[in-house]
Ligand binder design. Structure first.
Ligand code: SF4
Ligand code: SF4
Length: 306
């Protein structure tokens, strides 16, 4: 069975994954931290995080007969997307590509094909933000990285600019139990210092209701100029606690792949759907994105002042 594990690793690398780890399904090591976080109402109005806690505690319930979880990391593109007039969106968005859920699922199916070639009757399940799962905790237990003070999983040598995917399988793959990686943050506090809203309340602690990633994407209302003042140039998501991190590349290449903010503000729903309907921008929707740009624009006017 060891050779099957090696074949999977080989296939994953060939597909462009930057890290792969294996773990046995068990209660996630950070589940207590997660439930305390929920109890402290730090999840803002993301009530879906409170659902299916029983499954989050017992991830093997996601696949009958699950014996192994494969954690995979796939890199973001190396360029940061910009509008023609200098605004940007979070790196993971890739507004010129299909939503990462779809892209990663396709790649994971190739890995599943390797499992199926060994045992066509084996059960598998691919999870890409699609199941109630503590995926960073599971990836951490697979040994591929450590949790940074910004709450991100950090892979030494690769940083935190990557998507996570999991493949559950009933095949008992052979692997050495992983050594969980101690934090390598040391005395660094760059992410905490860089957070413009104080959402990073302390090391390993985040109040989602103050986080710009939440406010500009998940929050159902519209944000105002007060938030706009601290958004910098980013109208969808926020990468600042990752950009500050010395484990991430500081080579900030940019590419103009978005229309100008003026064009977005004048966009109709059908045009948005045609251009961005298959991308991650769809999650917030056009009206929310317009509201974000207006908040940012209003703040810029406030800054420029009389
Ligand atoms: S994503 Fe932005 S707002 Fe949220 S914790 Fe990080 S730096 Fe703060
Ligand atoms: S910025 Fe510093 S403290 Fe924050 S996650 Fe990176 S190494 Fe850790």
């Amino acid at each position: 069975m060891k050779y099957l594990t090696e074949r999977i690793k080989h296939e994953a690398v060939a597909l462009g994954f930057i890290a792969i780890g294996f773990s046995s399904p068990r209660r996630p090591v950070f589940i207590e931290k997660f439930t305390s976080w929920l109890a402290g109402h730090k999840n803002a109005d993301m009530a879906w995080l409170e659902k299916n806690l029983f499954i989050r505690k017992n991830p093997w319930l996601l696949l009958p007969g699950c014996t192994t979880i494969i954690s995979l990391a796939y890199p973001y593109p190396s360029v940061k997307p910009f509008t023609a007039d200098g605004l940007t969106v979070s790196r993971y968005t890739c507004p010129d590509q299909d939503d990462y859920h779809k892209r990663l699922k396709k790649l994971c199916k190739e890995v599943v094909n390797v499992l199926k070639s060994y045992d066509s009757g084996c059960l598998t399940r691919i999870c890409i933000d699609s199941a109630p799962l503590l995926e960073r905790s599971i990836a951490y237990s697979s040994g591929i990285g450590f949790i940074g003070k910004n709450n991100m999983l950090i892979i030494p040598g690769a940083g935190s600019y990557f998507y996570l995917a999991e493949i559950f399988t009933s095949i008992p793959l052979e692997f050495e139990p992983a050594q969980e990686m101690d934090s390598q943050c040391g005395s660094c506090t760059r992410c905490l210092d860089a957070c413009p809203t104080g959402a990073l309340e302390g090391p390993f602690s985040i109040d989602a209701s103050r986080c710009l990633s939440y406010l500009t994407i998940e929050y159902k209302g519209q944000i105002g100029p007060e938030e706009g003042k601290v958004m910098g140039d980013c109208f969808f998501g926020c990468d600042r606690c990752q950009e500050a991190c010395p484990f991430n590349s500081q080579d900030n290449k940019t590419e103009t792949i978005l229309p100008s903010s003026h064009e977005i503000l004048n966009m109709q729903e059908d045009e948005f759907t045609e251009r961005f309907g298959k991308t991650a921008l769809k999650r917030a929707g056009l009206e929310k994105i317009k509201g974000n740009i207006m908040a940012l624009g209003a703040a810029l006017r406030l800054h420029s002042g009389p």
